[in-house]
Design a protein around this ligand. Sequence first.
Ligand SMILES: Nc1ncnc2c1ncn2[C@@H]1O[C@H](COP(=O)(O)OP(=O)(O)OP(=O)(O)O)[C@@H](O)[C@H]1O
Length: 878
Amino acid sequence: MAFVDNKASSSKSSYGGKGKGGKGKPAQPRLKTNQAKRLKIDEELKELQTRVETWVPPAEITLFNELPLSSRTIKGLKSSHFLNPTPIQQLAIPSALRGQDLLGSAKTGSGKTLAFLIPLLERLYLDKWGPMDGLGAVVISPTRELAVQTFNQLRDIGKYHNFSAGLVIGGKPLKEEQDRLGRMNILIATPGRLLQHLDSTVGFESSGVKVLVLDEADRLLDLGFLPALRAIIGHFSPGVASSSSTPTKPNRQTLLFSATQTKDLAALAKLSLYQPEYINCNKAGEEGVVPSNLEQYYAVVGLEKKLDTLWGFVKSHLKMKGIVFVTSGKQVRFIFETFRRLHPGLPLMHLHGKQKQATRLSIFQKYSTSKHALLICTDVAARGLDFPAVDWVIQLDCPDDVDTYIHRIGRTARYQSGGHALTLLCPSEEQGMLDRWKEKLIEVKKIKIKESKMGNLKQQMQNFAFREPEIKYLGQRAFISYMKSIHIQKDKSVFKFSELPAEAFAESMGLPGAPQIKFAEQKAAKVRGGEKKNEQKEAEEEKEELAKIGVLDVVGSDEDSDEDEEEEDEEEEEAQDDEEEEDDKDESGDSDSEASSEDRLPSKSAPAVRTKYDRMFERKNQSILTPHYTALVSHENDKDENEDDGDDNDDVFTLARKDHALSDNEKGSDIEDDDEDLVKIAQGKDIERDDSKEPLISSEDLSKRKLKAATSKRSKLKNGPLGEKLIFDENTGESRNFYETGKDIETKFNDPKERKEFLEKQRKQMLVDNEIDKKVAKEKKNELKRKRKEREREMRQEYMSDDDEEGGPVAYIGGSDQGDYSDVDDRESIRSPAPEEEVRNKKKRKNKFKPDVNDAEDNRGNMEDDEALALKLLQGSA
Ligand SMILES: Nc1ncnc2c1ncn2[C@@H]1O[C@H](COP(=O)(O)OP(=O)(O)OP(=O)(O)O)[C@@H](O)[C@H]1O
């Protein structure tokens, strides 16, 4: 991706063209043309400003050009086929044009994106913002996909303006973005990455920002971005929060948009908005908060029947474009992998927060352009994403709350198209959910799904699990993550953990039984002594980690700053999962929630309290455990048996000695002895024990660190037996010690002088040998190091080339690579063209200038190309 400095000599010059004189044209006439053009633009701007200030909304607005907008924006809208503003656009655009801060909310798919993009463009245009004026507007999106989508829309409608725009969404080394940021007028960014730049990019000037947009503000808050947003706002021109008792109007205008209103939103509004106007197109009771052209259904289905129901639904809707929402990424993968093997006859795709960014973008793109397909996803795709022509939204798992429900169903019936939504509720969830819907005046029709229409997958699922351990493993984890997600749900009137048929559910997934699950409170109750401290520390560390992610992450807890560091390739994830403590939910698992005793699994095989070590030992690759760990596993099994006997010593690291009171005499010696014992245990040696003395430390007590230390080479050398170097007689084959012992020498040399000489000779020889050994060892070490470096370099190269595919995060709206505004004079538009467009323009110039309508035609034909280009630019392959 090439980025060339715009060569405009003055920021305002672009508005009139720079008058440098094109090739073959005399400079003087060109200068005049430019001056005339500049004057014309100035006049238009003046007139536009007056229209904005004096604009009185008519009773009804049917066309965009009835709004006080510049001809460039109107042209951009027209060429993108936007002719009639939606209600939120009609209300929000005029207010925003007057410089008013806004809190806008409107139902999903109602066109909120244009409601802020249009005023953003107009504001910069009215301010005569030019390429060299630096950053003028920032749009903050909660997810990368949404940022890309917004960027594409900006490209479309802003193509007749002369602004450079960039995407800052992470996934690339900071340095690469840093170099380009200075040239951007408009940034579409995710919060974590933007904050990183604001904090660390020298010369990234943000104080001149005129318009700040917080899109999908409720989602931003859900993902824990409030601290990041606070910090970002602090970087921009002094805002409301930073002012004293009498807030001064900031230079910046802030527009905050959301599909749903939450309490937290009010807090964010207070923090970021100055005397805002509230525009709410979600008037409950009038139009309702969900699109009117959406048909909503729900069905009550036992948890164990959900997969069968989904299968039956898919098989009877093979010509649909549908989205299936489930709670966790593990479920997404399990359903995707199993359904894929069953060949449903409909293209299957899946999307969740743990996929690589490039994968996510390409699935997003692929699904967008598919006519018939089924996308299985988590709530990562619930908000803001504008997939065209989705017929069905199926919520296989009950949404966390009504807002999530609204966002999920909002992926269909967008703008004026129709759509259907089907929510599957467990019997225990029905009443609670009905109450929640009622509160928001949402009417969802109940339907009954015939048994005959359902699939019967149990047998096939069992076969998969039996034949492919990976599937079984995935199923177990999907089961656990679902159960945990229900367990930590806040709304206990909807989510009743204890009423879930765990065994039957596991069976429906082909699992031999319900996997065991560990819960926070139980774990806490069982920890003892020093272990308690450790676990508390671990929990604190986890929280710190989460907090860190909350601020720096770009797309939420799993998703998102540097998300790429957390992102796992699926296969990688599969392999690495064992090493990780994982999020229970794909995005918003509440790790703080604790179990109540009534929430234990209701099945017969109700799990005992289990620790992370339990999970570690149940990994699929147990066979590769070291003998020591294997011993611990069997020890654990013993303990399980004990548990049945009422013994609740269920933790792996159990102290053999419970009485910690030591006599003064005992203390020092015991500890030293035990340290030695510890080393011996680790080295697999027997320890001589005084039976009367109770052991202080048993092998089970070894912490991972101690174990490692004890089994290290150094420790073995220090504490292990002395090695022997033997040499063999070539003729007799008999061996003898290479280094002769004192006794040997004494018998060999009677004369002390001779003995001394011999010893001296030997000592010298040993020194030489030692040097040689050292050299050999060093060479070996260097060789290993070289190989490692080579491997790292290869991996880096692989990563880099992946990254290149993945994409450069910054691109221009219209592409500004040319940077030469001399072209401006030949065209009506004063924007700088994209490379592809430049080729088209050259062709056009050859064929003489074409009227707007053809332009629109041209653009219509190339809309897809433009999107593809945006994505390519993102992916760095353009
Ligand atoms: N004035 C308009 N005329 C025609 N189509 C429009 C108009 N405004 C928006 N759209 C289209 O409607 C769809 C939904 O728009 P948009 O994504 O902005 O909705 P939204 O309100 O932001 O939804 P969500 O809350 O789900 O993010 C998009 O495909 C967009 O192109």
